[in-house]
Design a protein around this ligand. Sequence first.
Ligand SMILES: [Zn+2]
Length: 526
Amino acid sequence: MKGEKVDLIVHNAKIHCLDDANTISDAMAIRNGKIIEVGPERQILNKFAADEYVDAEGKEVYPGFTDAHGHILSYANQKLSVDLVASKSLQEVVTRTEKYQQKTQKKFILGRGWDQSLWGSDEMPDNQLLNIAFPNIPVCLFRIDGHAALVNDCLIKKAGLSTASVDGGVIVMKDGKCTGLLIDNALSLLNNYIPRFSNSEINTAILEIQDELFQYGITGVHEAGIEFEDIDLFKSLISKKKLKLNIYAMLLPSEKNKKFAAKNGLYKYQNLSIRSFKLYADGALGSRGALLKDCYSDDKTSHGLLTMPIERIQEMSNFCSKIGYQMNTHAIGDSANKIVLSLYKKEYLLRKDHRWRIEHAQVIDQSDFHFFSDYAIFPSVQPTHAVSDQQWVEARIGKKRMQGAYAYRSLLDAFGMVAIGTDFPVENTNPFLTIFAATQRKNKDNFPANGFQVNESLSLEQVLKGMTIWAAFAAFDENLRGTISKGREATFFIVQRAIKNETIFTPNFADKTYVLGKLVYSGDEL
Ligand SMILES: [Zn+2]
């Protein structure tokens, strides 16, 4: 008997559809990149005849994961710079930089990934060691979160940095001299001096990142902030059929980007969608740049900083509202969150289903959680941040504020969904670390044994939805992807080991990853 013709049948599988009914099915038929039907093994095999059959050998299949907050371009830049991730001391940072320079002989050295909280004292560094090692060549080393940088005197001189006052940023001074540490908006003073890697270097790095993501079953990224020039960079890789990831790119609020948005409206170029702006309301907790209502518990002189004046945030919200764009604002401190939440309220009164997002929503005052439910504000969170920050964050913000910090369950209860990501390269891209952090509230070393603030943990089903269908909702894509169901894109992966609640972290990967019905990654090739 001849069945209806399709391109691909995946069968003998345990397909987790992640739809409303949480259907689990055996098989699916795919044609022209779309899912035609999902159902029991016999039904699909009898009804359809395919060019290709994939026997999943009883393994689980999931919709492709989306990282709802990542930075492909920053990660690409990081890959081309000195890798300082997990350095155990400032000395190690300098040594790694020296080794890199011996190999590359750069005229300007860029690095990223240091984190002083791993050095024992949590003191922010100064540039003395860096000046000794590099007296004559400019060096700029970004902190892991991208919210601070350590630069040497050579670069300070070159860029003419001499004063401590920058709106929304700090040039740290000691005895009337720059220490080399720049925080938040002070980094923008370097913009004209930092060389850009060539497009071909960046493109190669982006495709490496894509391979890394595919091996984890990640098929989409919400790219949290791009410049105007980057639109063409992505488009060119897409037109050459090289970039297959689904990219939901948020525009940074530059004049060029505003013009682009006003002209193009809701923009789509194959797998690239642009219909949102990314703003930064404040800095980060690691460098005490997050804006708090009360001062830092470990620095009574500081409340952190607002990196964009309220009037500017307001103006951007009016602009987004006018052109029908989504607004996604980075807010970490409780004060920054309150400011943005209050502003978003206005949009709700105009459009109930606006889906405007708070990125991170890291420290929320107990009295402010209601904004998420009352005004339908979408929380976008990164569970690995909780377990990365756990060792120093209570000293920084105190016990009381911890009750509303990394409070993913409370945010989910308030809004009904959370979009889940990693903020890579701030955290590892590995979604299985995210699942573990969200459900167990432990890091990859299984610390702490009983979990960190476990009352704020998510269930396995919730975190899976946060990386699939809820991430799709956060990008207005729920009718295209995020579930495995009839009519949706055939973008999915077969996982190596069943995804379940585990109390000890065990690595996991995709066996095979498909985008629009085409194989883009196979573990067999390794
Ligand atoms: Zn980010």
